[in-house]
Design a protein around this ligand. Structure first.
Ligand code: PEP
Ligand code: MG
Length: 874
């Protein structure tokens, strides 16, 4: 019989996959003898069973829940729905990977019209009892029955207005009683049935709702962003309630053992007196710093610090803890490895090594490679910052610099971002529904909420700059205005945020590039020691090449030569070549392009010094270089001395229904070998020039794209070799060069043993290989892949993360076949996947020699390569 339900006493930290992070840690803390309100965990397997069962809890699982509940009742001496000593529980989600705020939680479950009276009497605190009841009705309606929270909040606002008060905690017992009655009436009006009075029904409804929340849109979005598979499922934790809202000797809070924004070693946290957990994270009331607890309740504070320290030493990582104080008694409700910014992640990792708690390799595994991206992006220029006067200040909730146009809703932010604008999202407070708008923003500004509010936690997780809790700001979300320092800013106005200081500036402050120094440099040094894969970059200009070298690139894996032809000065020569109807005219146009192309390559070779450089021959279909609109056609006709009809006729000739599978790549060379001749000449002449002038020992790597057949490759390779050998012979200087190919057509992968007879290196073009293997275009797929994620058909964008089962198998096969023919063949990847950590791990495991990615992803790939090597060593 499968065990689907575990009491906290029965688990431990290693059982994360089954119990979820929260369940495993609650079990571990129970084992460590910490003050944990007891309860049980319904496993992630039960969640998968629920889905497999068409959204029903099987009788077997139900029976195990009943037994666990009975055990909890006898242990606590309380009974769910009991009149003598009622048990109230929380029902909370908890997946394998932490997904803060993305799934659902229900507190105070077990309350009904009778129980509330008993709780009021037993605690001699009717206000507390009614506050808990009205919260429960509200949460249950929202989470289990999907009734919008808005109506309930309107009822609260109405009663506050009637009574002339500002804060929830000023509501009296009578107010809360009235609210509970109004909430129940609202429930009945909207759903046509009474609010459920049987606590057992409430419990089963809540467990199902948490299972369902695994597949709510924001959870799916979060998983997608963080590479979390949809088949993991969530566990559900049912835990005895303790109450932070029992008066002024009670409270609730969230704390981190180190500062999650900077990594500094100091207790960092916030708490609220007389409140329940969601009040802190929802950011509705701005809480007090944890240090105030030391004055309010010194004994509790001391115990809290002792436990927090024990937890950090036990897990050897920064902990993020939730706690509740019920009438001066401290309880821990959860601990987990805290989400942190990239700067904090690096500092914590490096400090833990220095403190002797972690080895260098363990520390390397603690930082999410994608996070490094945050450190590579520009920050405000110091000079500009000095001269700028802040218009206001909030809490520095997530560091970084953000300048962009103001938007006031997640939807507007998302649309503005899609239209290519830089966006700053300003909200009264953010809620989990805002996640997509937050992801589309450069920065987030909130009026309410502390540094552990939802906005702050999510922003830090995403590496987005956030200034939270700026109480002096007035935001009118309907009118779309922000008023600060007496000035009103409107939608579309520029604003700049400094997430490290909390300062807010008017206008669009200039930025400067980042540098790899300090902790970052030291950490990357460890990564370089640990990895086997080399990391190259995709760069088309000397500037990109230099940036990449600064970020640690060890060569160029792909220079796309076509990007150089789009330059304003050059496109006319390119167009002249395309419009020519005979070889002589084409050669005349190419002659003009030759010196320009040679200059490009000289710049790149100089920037890369002796590092290897792979240059690819022209790839796109020729029509891409022709005009798109009438005006430009007229202009072209004039320049070429041709009629509009002639120009349009040539464009029509070049038109293709599916240019991605059309006349491009090496196929162009089969038709127009003179293009490849010119490019080969430019590559070799540039290399010879740099060798002569700088003394660098250069061995050019010439790459032929879109090959699917060995004879096709042989034809182009012969064209290239003839020119290259002649140019080298004429120069009187010795130079070796390599000819290789991209493997980006499935047929090339399947016949890689033949292809390797000629190709001295393979570079996997996984962008094309993905589109050709899936049979959907990389330009069009975005329009419908969203439906595939929403329906759990695909979990990931196959253009971002390599599809291991399909495309990956072609890579593996081609690598094996290539090596069988030519044991020393050099193997790399230059598709977008070369900078994606999971794909980098795959490349390590199939034995490629290097990955190549855009300059800003080079450090990410270096760390991912190190992690892959460490994991493979076990
Ligand atoms: C590829 O197809 O993966 C590749 C790198 O080439 P491009 O993106 O230029 O087609
Ligand atoms: Mg390609």
């Amino acid at each position: 019989m499968t065990k689907y339900v575990y009491h906290f006493r029965e688990g431990n930290a290693q059982m994360r996959n089954l119990l979820g992070g929260k369940g495993a840690n609650l079990a571990e803390m129970t084992r460590l003898g910490m003050p944990i309100p007891q309860g049980f965990t319904v496993t992630t397997e039960a969640c998968n069973d629920y889905y497999a069962n068409g959204g029903a809890i099987s009788p077997e699982i139900k029976e195990q829940i009943d037994q666990a509940l009975a055990a909890l009742e006898s242990e606590t001496g309380k009974k769910l729905g009991g009149i003598d000593n009622p048990l109230l529980v929380s029902v909370r989600s908890g997946a394998r990977a932490s997904m803060p705020g993305m799934m659902d939680t229900i507190l105070n479950l077990g309350m009904n019209d009778q129980v509330v009276e008993v709780v009021a009497r037993k605690t001699a605190n009717p206000r507390f009892a009614w506050d808990s009841y009205r919260r429960f009705i509200q949460m249950y309606s929202d989470v289990v029955m999907e009734l919008s929270k808005k109506h309930f909040e309107e009822l609260i606002d109405a009663i506050k207005e009637k009574r002339g008060i500002k804060f929830d905690n000023e509501l009296t017992t009578e107010d809360l009683q009235e609210l509970a009655a109004q909430f129940k009436a609202e429930y009945k009006a909207k759903l046509g049935e009474d609010f459920p009075q049987d606590p057992y029904d409430q419990l089963m409804g809540a467990i199902k709702a948490v299972f369902r929340s695994w597949n709510n849109p924001r959870a799916i979005y979060y998983r997608h962003m963080n590479d979390i598979p949809g088949d993991w499922g969530t566990a559900v934790n049912v835990q005895m309630m303790v109450f932070g809202n029992m008066g002024d000797t009670s409270g609730t809070g969230v704390a981190f053992t180190r500062d999650p924004a900077t990594g500094e070693k100091r207790m960092f946290g916030e708490y609220l007196i007389n409140a329940q957990g969601e009040d802190v994270v929802a950011g509705i009331r701005t809480p007090k710093p944890i240090t105030v607890l030391e004055q309010d309740m010194p004994q509790v504070y001391k115990q809290f610090i002792d436990i927090a320290t024990t937890l950090e030493n036990h897990y050897r990582d920064m902990q993020d803890m939730e706690f509740t104080i019920e009438e001066e008694k401290l309880y821990f409700l959860q601990t987990r490895n805290g989400k942190r910014t990239a700067a904090a992640a690096l500092k914590v990792a490096v400090d833990l090594v220095d403190e002797g708690l972690r080895t260098e390799e363990e520390a390397l595994l603690m930082v999410e490679p994608k996070q490094l991206d945050q450190l590579l992006h520009p920050r405000f220029d110091d000079k500009a910052l000095k001269n700028a006067k802040p218009i206001g200040k909030g809490l520095p909730a997530s560091p970084g610099s953000a300048a962009g146009k103001l938007y006031f809703s997640a939807e507007d932010a998302k649309n503005a971002h899609a239209a290519g604008r830089r966006v700053v999202l300003a909200r009264l407070e953010t809620s989990p529904e805002d996640i997509e708008g937050m992801a589309a923003s450069e920065g987030i500004l909130t009026v309410r909420g502390g540094r552990t509010s939802h906005a702050a936690v999510v922003a830090r997780g995403m590496g987005t700059c956030c200034v939270a809790g700026c109480g002096e700001a007035k935001i009118d979300e309907d009118k779309k205005t922000l008023t600060l320092g007496g000035v009103t800013y409107r939608e579309g106005d520029y604003i700049s945020l400094d997430g490290s200081t909390g300062n807010i500036y008017a206008g669009d402050l200039p930025t400067v590039p980042a540098q790899i120094t300090g902790d970052f440099g030291r950490f990357m040094g460890w990564a370089d020691k640990a990895r086997r894969l080399k990391v190259r970059t995709n760069a088309d200009t000397p500037r990109d090449a230099r940036t990449a070298v600064q970020f640690g690139a060890e060569g160029i894996g792909l220079t796309r030569t076509e990007h150089m032809f789009f330059d304003e000065e050059r496109i006319p020569c390119m167009q002249q070549m395309i419009m020519s109807d005979n070889e002589d005219d084409r050669r005349a146009a190419l002659k003009k392009l030759l010196p320009m192309q040679r200059e490009d390559f000289i710049g790149i070779y100089e920037a890369m010094e002796e590092r290897p450089v792979t240059i690819r021959l022209l790839d796109p279909p020729l029509h891409e270089f022709l005009p798109k609109n009438e005006e430009d056609f007229a202009d072209l006709a004039k320049r070429m001395g041709l009629s509009m009809t002639q120009v349009k006729a040539r464009a029509a000739e070049l038109h293709e229904f599916n240019p991605m599978m059309g006349h491009r790549g090496c196929r162009l060379c089969v038709t127009y070998p003179e293009i490849a001749e010119m490019q080969a000449q430019a590559i070799i002449e540039a290399a010879l020039y740099v060798k002569k002038t700088k003394g660098y020992d250069i061995k050019p790597e010439i790459m032929i794209p879109l090959v699917g057949e060995i004879k096709e490759l042989n034809y182009v390779a012969d064209v290239v070799r003839k020119v290259a050998d002649r140019v080298i012979a004429d120069s009187g200087v010795e130079m070796e060069y390599l000819i290789g190919t991209m493997i980006e057509i499935p047929r090339a992968a399947l016949t890689a043993d033949r292809i390797a007879e000629t190709a001295q290196f393979f570079s996997f073009g996984t962008n094309d290989l993905t589109q050709m293997t899936f049979g959907f275009s990389r330009d069009d797929a975005g329009a419908f892949l969203g439906d595939y994620y929403a329906k759990n058909i695909y979990e990931f964008d196959p253009f971002a993360r390599l599809d291991f089962d399909g495309v990956g198998q072609l890579v593996k096969l081609a690598a094996e076949k290539g090596r069988a023919t030519r044991p020393d063949i050099h193997l790399g990847i230059c598709g977008e996947h070369g900078g994606d950590p999971a794909s980098v791990e795959f490349c390590h495991n199939v034995g490629l020699d290097y990955v190549s990615c855009s300059p800003y992803r080079v450090p990410i790939a270096r760390l991912a390569a190190a992690q892959a090597a460490i994991k493979a060593r076990g």
